[in-house]
Design a protein. Structure first.
Length: 274
């Protein structure tokens, strides 16, 4: 979600919805399907894989599990997933691109289950991945964990961004500014906006029942990005590698619940864990 879209979404909704225990159950079901879908893809993300074939696998999995693909036809988008290799920051459109040995690739899926949106993305390594690419992925995953750890009732959305930015920059990487996490539930994009940079103690106050995504995008080089002519694909301006990972979460009385945990413990695929 771009920061501009987030501002428009915030104006439309006016206030942040607080959800019930029953709503948490709905989000668990949607998040589980999204996580299981990404688990399913692991053996298929290999050298020679066509990104359009991976998209078709996700479409079939979604329907087979009684869900609907949220991205398909969203604002005219024509695919089920976003697949973003290497210097593509986000919203890469599946097509004729073939994955090659050494690529790192983000795959982003969103499923609608009984009206609830489960949104998650993770990084995949294609064959043997370079140490610098693995390091970037490691930094991105740790940044997500630090952002999640900052979610506490009574805190602020700015605490999340501050925790992510401080860590990422300490590791000599940069946090993308042009895109942010977003509220979700029975809507795909709603308030609050979750920036992945900023100052602690600023932004919306965190309250039990809030649902949103945290999805830091981290560049090995500088943070500026540019949008390609297709109107969707965002790439790093300096052509440096980029990585992203995303969870959907709900704020609880004591912290938060992650809805999109991998049932198989594979949120970080094994090829990138060695």
């Amino acid at each position: 979600m771009t920061t501009t879209d987030a501002a428009v979404s915030r104006r439309r909704t006016n206030e942040i919805k607080l959800h019930t225990a029953e709503d948490f159950a709905g989000m668990r079901a949607a998040g589980k399907v999204a996580a299981e879908c990404l688990d399913m893809l692991i053996p298929h993300v290999v050298p020679g894989a066509l990104t359009d074939d991976l998209d078709k696998l996700v479409f079939e999995f979604t329907l087979d599990n009684g869900a609907l693909p949220a991205c398909l036809f969203y604002r005219g988008y024509g695919k089920t997933t976003c697949i973003s290799p290497n210097h593509i920051v986000c919203h890469g459109i599946p097509g004729e691109r073939v994955l090659r040995e050494g690529d790192i690739v983000n795959i982003d899926v969103t499923m609608v289950v009984d009206g609830w949106y489960g949104d998650s993305s993770r990084m995949f390594g294609v064959g043997e991945v370079s140490p610098r690419a693995k390091r970037l992925v490691d930094v991105t995953y740790e940044a997500l964990e630090r952002g999640i750890a900052a979610v506490k009732p009574g805190g602020h959305t700015g605490d999340i961004g501050a925790a992510i930015q401080a860590y990422v920059e300490s590791m000599r990487c940069s946090v993308v500014r042009d895109f942010c996490g977003h509220g979700l539930g029975r809507d795909f994009h709603t308030a609050p906006n979750i920036l992945h940079f900023g100052q602690a103690g600023t932004g919306e106050r965190l309250r039990p029942g809030m649902f949103f995504t945290i999805e830091p995008m981290v560049n090995l080089g500088k943070y500026p990005v540019k949008l390609l002519a297709d109107g969707w694909t965002a790439v790093t301006r300096d052509k440096s590698l980029s990585a992203q990972c995303e969870h959907s979460i709900g704020v609880t009385e004591t912290g938060c619940e992650v809805f999109t945990l991998s049932p198989a413990g594979l949120f970080k695929p094994p090829i990138l864990s060695t």
